[in-house]
Design a binder for this molecule. Structure first.
Ligand SMILES: Cc1cc2nc3c(=O)[nH]c(=O)nc-3n(C[C@H](O)[C@H](O)[C@H](O)COP(=O)(O)O)c2cc1C
Length: 358
């Protein structure tokens, strides 16, 4: 299969291939999509300060996250309903990720179950994203399955007490056609076709900081709190026993007009960067975006939509290709920025771009 040559070509191709409902669900954000657009623009506003005359004959993108060595700082973000892109669903995504040594974070709203994914993508390094269902037994069961099947970490998503106002989905009338195709929705008792508001009604809006420690103790796995945007909440995450934070606005899909990941990251790192691992996601589309995130103090980055474009266009191979493109850009950016070791990037590599509007 002939695959597109760049990530933005994957994005365009996916828009042609996917039916309007699923495409709007993947691509869209909340309300006026101001944060959705700013997620991409905020990385672009930062200028790089490259060093020259540095021996870049060998580049080392490896980093350490949650005490474990990773070949590079890219992780596949949890995204729901991969069967909308390909019948193979999350197994194709996880296998494509494994081919590039990229950990894959499975969503609680996946169309492939926790145990099934482990069986169909045994080579993938797997993390599991937790939504806390009102029926706590459903949550306990999926976390237990993640522990049993060798998932390495839990990402507890804290920015979705309810679904954001997704206007593209309202216009397209997007629904999850068969609740039973999503194992955790089926376990929560859902049947038939569901709107996103119906899905949201199954999720517990009463989650508090006390729950973080409970998940860590019960599972024995490191817990990352995903969806923190302020230093105040980052401090609470430390106090509650989190092993890490993902600075994230859920890809601009929840509360519109919140800060981008790029703008929220620095203050969070300043507050808690010495105490736990800070990751970031939202709008990362280029190798240069990855090195800007590391320079601001992130340990690693998560990538959402580009992986879905790869999946829609080329299944497992498409995911692999998108990640290869991003990693090739990262390698080039490390050489051209004069930072052959990714782990050594710091804020001296960036400054506000002169084109940034104040
Ligand atoms: C289609 C889609 C579905 C998502 N589903 C989930 C989910 O189930 N759980 C979750 O924690 N985050 C979910 N997210 C948010 C992503 O994990 C991530 O924060 C975001 O996509 C990063 O931004 P990017 O898409 O610009 O890379 C979803 C994002 C998209 C685009």
């Amino acid at each position: 299969m002939e695959l597109p040559p760049t990530i933005s070509d994957f994005e365009r191709r996916a828009a042609e291939i996917l039916p309007p409902g699923p495409h709007g669900y993947y691509a869209g954000g909340a309300s006026d999509e101001i944060t959705l657009r700013d997620n991409v623009a905020a990385w672009q506003r930062l200028a790089l300060r490259p060093r020259v005359m540095v021996d870049c004959s060998e580049r080392d993108p490896s980093i350490t996250v949650l005490g474990r060595r990773h070949a590079h700082p890219v992780i596949v973000a949890p995204t729901a309903f991969h069967a909308l892109a390909t019948p193979e669903g999350e197994a194709a995504t996880a296998r494509g990720a494994a081919a590039t040594d990229t950990p894959f974070c499975l969503s609680s709203l996946s169309t492939t179950g926790v145990a099934e994914l482990a069986a169909r993508a045994p080579a993938a390094r797997r993390w599991f994203q937790v939504y806390v269902f009102k029926d706590r037994a459903v949550t306990e069961e999926m976390v237990a399955a993640a522990v049993e099947h060798g998932y390495e970490a839990l990402a507890l998503t804290v920015d979705l007490p309810v679904f954001g106002m997704r206007e593209r989905d309202m216009r397209s009338g997007f629904v999850v056609k068969h609740a039973t195709a999503v194992p955790n929705l089926a376990a929560a008792g859902a049947r038939g076709s569901l709107s996103l508001q119906d899905v949201g009604a199954l999720i517990d809006p009463c989650l508090t900081w006390d729950d973080v420690g409970r998940f860590a103790t019960d599972s024995g796995l490191p817990v990352l709190v995903k969806g923190v945007l302020t230093p105040e909440d980052a401090r609470r995450a430390v106090d509650s026993g989190a092993a890490g934070i993902v600075v994230s606005n859920h890809g601009g899909r929840q509360l519109d007009t919140v800060l981008s990941g790029a703008d929220a990251l620095g203050p969070v790192v300043d507050e808690v960067g010495g105490e736990l691992d800070v990751l970031v996601d939202g709008g990362i589309r280029r190798g240069t975006d990855v090195i800007k995130a590391l320079a601001l103090g992130a340990r690693a980055v998560m990538i959402g939509r580009p992986v879905l474009w790869g999946l829609a266009v080329g299944g497992e191979e498409g995911v692999r290709r998108v990640l290869e493109l991003l990693l090739a850009e990262l390698d080039t950016a490390l050489a051209l920025a004069g930072a052959p070791r990714a782990a050594e990037l710091d804020r001296s590599w960036i400054q506000p771009g002169p084109w940034a509007v104040s």
